[in-house]
Design a protein around this ligand. Structure first.
Ligand code: ACO
Length: 387
């Protein structure tokens, strides 16, 4: 019987989850049964954190308790802040985030067996500290001192405050909060799967989240928003959108922020992000939204000319670009902001994996040379083969 190889595991079910459900054919995303369309305009990120970590939306007292714990956990260990001061200012923000998150393990208490505790409180610590790391590096690389987090603000408002030192207006904090809600979880996407694979070896939360961050980075996944912003900046003006799209596709390249493995219709998160991008762009009098919108229209038009039945639509990363740009976040930090939202889901998935663990270890179909004898060094030719 021939072996079936699923490169990319497309359509392969490798586990179960209670956290979120992606229904790609109809474009629906739910977190524990709640539709993202209902959550995005109404729920705060903190409510979603509670939903994902504790299994239900919080009542008032539970929400206050969670907010207090998040607020209390935001500061970074001083040695990690000092380490950032010694990093070249040119360092890529995702490299800094991944490294400092990994470094948090060095300051984490260990249990009687000498292992880090991977529980809901460690999850909350990671969720709380992630934006502090991103904001601190943002300032350090600009030659500014990091700003101490405030315990009384939401995750979103506190991030904007730590970046600028000023209280943002309500519209900006609300937009970032909704962005975090939209990004919080997405079933077994590549970075979440990576976190679960790591956790399945009984590695701890710090290790699992470090693995997730490493996996998020590439531009086929969370790096796409940065790439989309690069494209939008290059286009520069709405009139250039179609020519850019035609040129990119004619060179066999992809439009970043378009297409999705699961969604065969427009990503439901794109609609909310598009509306936010439009509002922020009007407020900031910027052209990012207009350019992005024209690029999306042009992409659909040109892709349909090429293949009328294609299912390549805007994904979550596409309108992330104008949203974050209008919030003043530099393009190379977009993936870090993605992580500040997705950390809710990552930690939830790791705890879910640990609660009912089985080592994740797939097989590969070997297609290398047939078994043969070892060739001693003196008998090998220049290419390492037998003389
Ligand atoms: N632009 C142009 N063509 C595309 C795009 C795109 N953005 N995405 C897919 N295609 C085409 C491919 O060229 C391929 O065409 P072909 O059949 O003629 O060879 C076809 O669509 C299928 O592409 P695959 O790569 O096989 O599909 P896959 O399911 O692996 O792709 C992916 C999903 C990786 C997201 C892809 O759509 C892509 O590269 N998009 C751009 C990067 C991006 O936006 N990534 C973020 C995804 S969302 C997230 O991770 C948060």
């Amino acid at each position: 019987m021939s072996t079936v190889v699923d490169r990319g595991l497309e359509g392969v079910v490798v586990g179960t989850t209670h956290l979120s459900n992606v229904e790609g054919a109809i474009g629906r995303l739910t977190y524990r049964g709640y539709d993202i369309d209902d959550l995005a305009p109404s729920a705060t990120f903190e409510e979603i954190v509670h939903l994902l970590l504790y299994g239900h939306l919080p009542n008032r007292a539970e929400l206050e308790t969670l907010k207090r714990e998040l607020g209390a956990q935001r500061s970074l260990p001083e040695p990690l802040l000092s380490a950032m001061q010694n990093v070249p200012k040119t360092a890529w923000p995702m490299d800094v985030l991944r490294t400092i998150v990994s470094g948090l393990a060095l300051f984490s208490p260990v249990d009687a067996r000498g292992e880090h505790v991977s529980d809901v409180h460690t999850a909350i610590e990671l969720i709380a500290k992630m934006p502090t790391i991103v904001a601190a590096w943002d300032r350090v690389r600009r030659g500014l001192d990091p700003i101490e987090p405030r315990a009384d603000l939401s995750q979103a408002a506190n991030f904007l405050y730590m970046r600028s030192g000023k209280m943002s207006n309500g519209v900006e904090a609300d937009a970032l909060d909704t962005y975090f809600v939209l990004l919080a979880d997405h079933s077994y996407n590549a970075s979440t799967f990576s976190a679960r694979v790591t956790a399945s070896t009984r590695a701890d939360l710090y290790a699992s989240i470090t693995a997730a961050l490493a996996t998020l980075q590439g531009d086929l996944h969370g790096g796409a928003a940065t790439a989309a912003f690069r494209a939008i900046s290059e286009v520069g003006s709405p009139e250039n959108a179609e020519a850019y799209v035609r040129d990119t596709l004619s060179r066999g390249q992809r439009i970043m922020g378009m297409g999705h493995r699961e969604y065969k219709v427009r990503d439901p998160r794109a609609r909310h992000l598009e509306a936010m991008a439009k509002k922020l762009s009007e407020q900031a009098s910027s052209r990012w939204y207009e350019i992005a919108h024209r690029m999306e229209e042009a992409s659909r038009k040109v892709l349909q000319e090429k293949k009328p039945d294609n299912t390549i639509y805007a994904n979550v990363d596409f309108y992330t670009a104008p949203v974050l740009a209008d919030l003043g976040v530099p393009g190379d930090e977009f993936t870090c902001l993605f992580a500040c939202g997705r950390i809710a889901g990552w930690t939830g998935h790791v705890l879910e994996q640990l609660a009912d663990n089985r080592l994740i270890r797939p097989q590969a179909s070997y297609d290398g040379p047939a078994p043969g004898p070892y060739v001693p060094l003196e008998k090998r030719d220049a290419n390492g083969a037998r003389n």
